[in-house]
Design a binder for this molecule. Sequence first.
Ligand code: CP
Length: 306
Amino acid sequence: MANLLSLNELSIREINDILDRAEQIRVMGEEGWFAPNHTIVANLFYEPSTRTRFSFETAEKRLGYEVLNFSSTTSSALKGESLYDTVRTMEAIGAEAVVIRHQETGYYKQLQSIDIPVLNAGDGAGDHPTQALLDLLTLRQEFMNIEDLTVAIIGDLRYSRVAKSDAEVLSRLGCRVLLSGPPEWKNSQLPGTYVSVDDAIDAADAVIMLRIQHERHENAMQMTKETYHRLFGLTTERALRMKPTSIIMHPGPINRGVEMDGELVESTRSRYFKQIKNGVLARMAALEWALDHRLYEANKIEKAKQ
Ligand code: CP
């Protein structure tokens, strides 16, 4: 068993093994995963989620796991039960892994004595490792060599965990990462080069637009949505200047007309729904990786590559 907390804790080899396994599942369909094994997995979502929560649940069901869904609004968390006690309780009930989204950056540090794998489904403004995996999977399906790519990440760089997880792993893989957005949301911790929005969009092979993380901002945004869209958004005019083979990505949820023109969401350049589809594959592979290293040790991934 293993935790999946941040891709920084995995070697590039391990990341590629998970992505190869996700691709193997896509190609083989139902033949590509194993029979139901009745492993119980608990999904603990303390923050709202549509994509991550339901794609984890779909991945778990496809793998034959029994799923316990916890909601912070209908559980004893409302009576003040701590995250630690909740996870210990899930472990005592019989969960063999927990998938957790929580508003506290680095929440998992308090869970070091937990004996079952923890899969991070997003920690505050920290990490979103399975989003980064599905983004990598999407890029691998679109381009021959990830290391040759220029990837622009644009928007709320300070508070976006997707920006952090993507920028870090893309840099490790050798990509050129361009960063852009409002100066007040600049994040000096992120690897990458700051450029103007126009320069980022013109140069990128993939443009990743970010949602504004209003829920993490200390102060209300000073500019209107229209001004944000004009200054920092992917407008149809900016999209027209993208390179012929460049693609548009977004982790979702999208605020159409703010970070991206609504028309672009389902344009030929957009991979938005492909990313969501890949989320199920990446999470199936991540769950197997966390719960059953034997699959990887038995070299089944190697076989898939042949
Ligand atoms: N990308 C993402 O994390 O979306 P959700 O918040 O809907 O899970």
